[in-house]
Design a protein around this ligand. Structure first.
Ligand code: PSU
Ligand code: MN
Length: 282
């Protein structure tokens, strides 16, 4: 099985109708490799690992962002739709016994975290739940150096899928080397099975497909101005990610959206191969 998060498919992650395309492509990509997709979410106050086909519609709409710490609140207050982030999805997947999880980009250490303290709960969740998270690196507007340092301190193995660089979401390389390069799904499965801490996960980074990559120089300008807008508009905390993603999409005339779809689908494919390898004897 391959777990998927629900935040990227809700209005918090991608604009309509691209969110529907992203979901359909991820589900199809996982099935094409012989694995079974399971969307993580909180629906009507119930924690869900896997939805019925007719329920997928519900995760495309308005949602409340649900990180791991919010799961109990979403249940206690019976939220209609809690869209689970990476941290919440990894926690639910672990509880359901699902070992592989595909997402777009994980949260991490924000730029300026030395004063704001803004470090995504995604990092702690990956370090404390036995799940392989497959992502195109961390969100591009983060402090990637510090994000890698944090993962090192927490003891999370960070792997690069057939690539020597830590990817930067919309671009294939952040310029930072990834600690370990891997070539095969079997290798990833063996690394996970050999982990020294039973509760710890693995981060497998997959660079965005070359054809979908955005221009790094242009993106840098867009990111800086999006972050300035964020500060000017007083957007803080959990609202930063949806805000900045919206600005990036506007500033690139929507070109960030197909890039996001392409990397989500490619992550889903690699995650499914790893899930099949994990389920295969030997
Ligand atoms: N990256 C994206 N789109 C997203 C997210 C990340 O390109 O929607 C979401 C993921 O669900 C991730 C969350 O877990 O943002 C992290 O949010 P925060 O930085 O507030 O922890
Ligand atoms: Mn945060």
């Amino acid at each position: 099985m391959v777990a998927l998060e629900s935040t990227i498919f809700s209005h918090l992650g991608l604009p309509s109708p691209s969110n529907r395309d992203a979901l359909d492509q991820c589900l199809a990509a996982i099935r094409a490799e012989g694995a079974v997709p399971a969307v993580m979410a909180v629906l009507d106050g119930v924690v869900r690992a896997g939805l019925e086909p007719d329920e997928h519609e519900r995760i495309l709409g308005q949602a409340r962002k649900t990180a791991e710490r919010d799961i109990s609140v979403a249940v206690g207050q019976r939220w209609e739709f809690g869209a689970t982030t990476v941290s919440a999805s990894v926690a639910i997947a672990a509880a359901a016994g699902i070992s592989v999880f595909a997402t777009g980009g994980i949260g991490g250490v924000h730029r300026g975290a030395e004063t704001t303290g803004d470090i995504s709960a995604d990092l702690d969740a990956i370090a404390t739940h036995p799940v392989i998270t497959v992502s195109a690196g961390a969100k591009a507007f983060l402090d990637l150096d510090r994000t890698l340092e944090f993962l090192e301190t927490s003891g999370v193995p960070v792997l690069g899928w057939q690539h020597p660089w830590f990817p930067a979401f919309y671009t294939r390389s952040s310029g930072l080397p990834v600690p370990h390069r891997v070539e095969l799904a079997d290798e990833v499965a063996r690394i996970f099975q050999a982990r020294s801490r039973p509760e710890c996960g693995v981060l497998l980074t997959v660079p965005i497909p070359e054809a979908a990559e955005l221009d790094a120089v242009e993106l840098d300008e867009v990111l800086s101005s999006a972050l300035e807008d964020c500060a000017r508009s007083g957007v803080t905390g959990a609202a930063i990610t949806p805000f900045v993603l919206g600005r990036i999409s506007e500033a690139t005339d929507g070109r960030s959206v197909p890039a996001n779809l392409a990397l989500a689908e490619s992550n889903a494919t690699v995650a499914a191969r790893v899930a099949v390898a994990l389920a295969s004897p030997g």
